[in-house]
Write a protein that binds this ligand. Structure first.
Ligand code: NAD
Length: 385
C-alpha cells in the first residue's frame, strides 16, 4: 500500500438535531465569537439562543455571495477590531470559507496576499488558525472538513485558495436538518457539487486507500439521495444521506485533490457570477466522458479505467453497467435537475481560450487522472455552453 496522509477537523459531530450542541461546543472554543452567516436561516434564532445560554457573545458578519479577497479583508478587520477569540461559520460553503479564512488570519500576522496560491506569494501559514466551529447549511462543499477557503479575485478573473492544514476547522457540527430549507434549485446545484467531490477524488492521481472508502460510500448514497432530496426537500433520509455525501466529499477532496471539473470551475467562477455547484454540475458528465476517452486512447493499461466501471455500477445500481452507462446516468441527472448551460451566465465561445489557459494552471487540474490537452478542454467548454 502506498504511503498517504489524512487530515481533518479535530472533531466531527454528525446527526439530525445536533445543532442543539452548538452553544456548549462554542463555549469550549472561546468567549467572543465572530459569527459568519448567510442572509437568513430558519434556525438562526435558535443558534443565537444556544450561544447566549452558553455565554458566548457574538459579533455578526453576513455573507451574501461567494466570497472575494476583499470581503475576507473586511471580515478580518472587523473580527480583529471586535477582539474575537473564535469564529463560527453558519451557512453554505461561501460562509464557511469566509469563516475559515478569518480564523486563519486572526492568528497569522501576514496579509492575505502573502498566503494565497496562484495570485499571491503562496507562503505557508505559520501558526494554527483561531478556533473555528463550522456548521454547514448546504449539502455540497464539505468545507467544514477541508483545509482550504476558496476566494474570488475579480480583477484576475479567477478563484484561488488559501490552503493549509493549519486552517482545518476545530469542530464540524453537521446537522442534516439544517438543509431542509434549501429550495430545489440550490439542492440540485449543491448536490451535484457533493457528487462531483466524491467522484473526482476517486479517480484522482492522489487517491489513497482512506479517501477511496469515503468516495465509494458517497457515490452509492448519492445514486438515490440526490434525486430524492430534489423531489422532496423534507425527505429526512435523503437530506441525511446528501449531507453525509457532502461531508464524505470534503474528507476525500482535502486529502486526494479533485480534477478537471474543479480545474475549469475555478476560472469560470472567477469570471462569471455563476453558482459553483451549477458550474460543476454542467461540467461533470462532459469531463467524465473526455477523461474516459483520453485514458482509453493514451493509457489503455491505466488501472483508473476500472474505477470508471465501478462508478457506473454504483450510480446506476446495475451490476452489468459499463463506464459509459455512468456517463449517461450523469447526463440524465443534469437534464432532470434542469442544470442550465454555462451560456446562461454570460459565457461565450470567445471566453473559452482564456478559461482553458487559466484552467491549465489551476491547482485542481493537477489531480486529474490524465493530463488533458488544451483541445480536449476546449471541446468540454464548447459543449458546456
Ligand atoms: P453558497 O454558500 O454560496 O450558498 C448558495 C445559496 O444558498 C446562498 O444564496 C445561500 O444564502 C443559500 N443557502 C444556504 N443554506 C441555505 C439553507 N439551508 N436554506 C436556504 N438557503 C440556503 O453555496 P455552496 O455551494 O454551499 O458554496 C459555494 C462556495 O463554496 C463557492 O465559493 C465554492 O468555490 C466554495 N467551495 C469550497 C470548498 C472548500 O473545500 N472550501 C469546496 C467546494 C466549494
Amino acid at each position: 500500500m502506498k504511503a498517504f496522509e489524512f487530515a481533518t477537523a479535530q472533531r466531527i459531530r454528525f446527526g439530525w438535531g445536533v445543532l442543539e450542541e452548538s452553544g456548549s461546543i462554542a463555549s469550549t472554543l472561546g468567549r467572543r465569537a465572530f459569527l459568519v452567516r448567510g442572509k437568513k436561516h430558519p434556525d438562526l434564532p435558535r443558534l443565537m439562543d444556544l450561544l447566549d445560554q452558553s455565554r458566548v457573545s457574538v459579533v455578526e458578519f453576513v455573507v451574501t455571495e461567494e466570497p472575494s479577497v476583499d470581503l475576507v479583508r473586511q471580515a478580518v478587520a472587523q473580527a480583529r477590531a471586535a477582539g474575537c477569540d473564535c469564529v463560527i461559520g453558519f451557512g453554505g460553503g461561501s460562509v464557511l470559507d469566509t469563516a475559515k479564512a478569518v480564523s486563519a488570519l486572526l492568528t497569522n500576522t501576514g496579509c492575505l496576499e502573502d498566503y494565497l496560491e496562484v495570485v499571491g506569494q503562496g507562503q505557508a501559514l505559520e501558526v494554527l488558525a483561531a478556533p473555528c466551529l463550522a456548521i454547514p447549511t448546504t449539502a455540497g462543499t464539505g468545507s467544514e472538513v477541508t483545509r482550504n477557503a476558496v476566494l474570488g479575485v475579480p480583477e484576475a478573473g479567477v478563484k484561488v485558495s488559501l490552503r493549509s492544514h493549519l486552517m482545518l476547522p476545530t469542530v464540524a457540527l453537521v446537522d442534516p436538518a439544517l438543509t431542509c430549507s434549501l429550495p430545489p434549485k440550490i439542492t440540485a446545484y449543491t448536490g451535484m457539487d457533493a457528487l462531483t467531490q466524491v467522484l473526482e477524488p476517486y479517480v484522482s492521481v492522489r487517491a489513497n486507500p482512506m479517501t477511496d472508502l469515503f468516495c465509494r460510500e458517497g457515490l452509492q448514497r448519492a445514486s438515490w439521495a440526490l434525486l430524492a432530496a430534489f423531489k422532496d426537500g423534507n425527505d429526512k433520509d435523503a437530506r441525511t444521506a446528501m449531507t453525509w455525501v457532502s461531508l464524505l466529499g470534503g474528507l476525500a477532496l482535502a486529502n486526494a485533490g479533485l480534477g478537471a471539473v474543479h480545474g475549469l470551475a475555478a476560472p469560470i467562477g472567477g469570471m462569471f457570477k455563476a453558482p459553483h455547484g451549477a458550474i460543476c454540475a454542467r461540467l461533470l458528465p462532459l469531463v467524465t466522458r473526455v477523461n474516459l476517452q483520453a485514458l482509453r486512447n493514451r493509457q489503455p493499461e491505466n488501472p483508473i479505467l476500472e474505477r470508471y466501471h465501478e462508478i457506473a455500477r454504483w450510480l446506476t445500481r446495475r451490476e452489468e453497467a459499463q463506464a459509459e452507462d455512468g456517463v449517461t446516468w450523469l447526463e440524465e441527472m443534469v437534464d432532470i435537475l434542469d442544470i442550465p448551460g454555462l451560456g446562461a451566465y454570460g459565457m461565450t465561445h470567445e471566453h473559452i481560450p482564456t478559461i482553458v489557459e487559466r484552467g491549465l494552471r489551476a491547482s485542481s487540474m493537477k489531480a486529474n487522472p490524465i493530463a488533458l490537452t488544451a483541445e480536449e478542454l476546449t471541446m468540454i467548454l464548447e459543449e458546456a455552453l
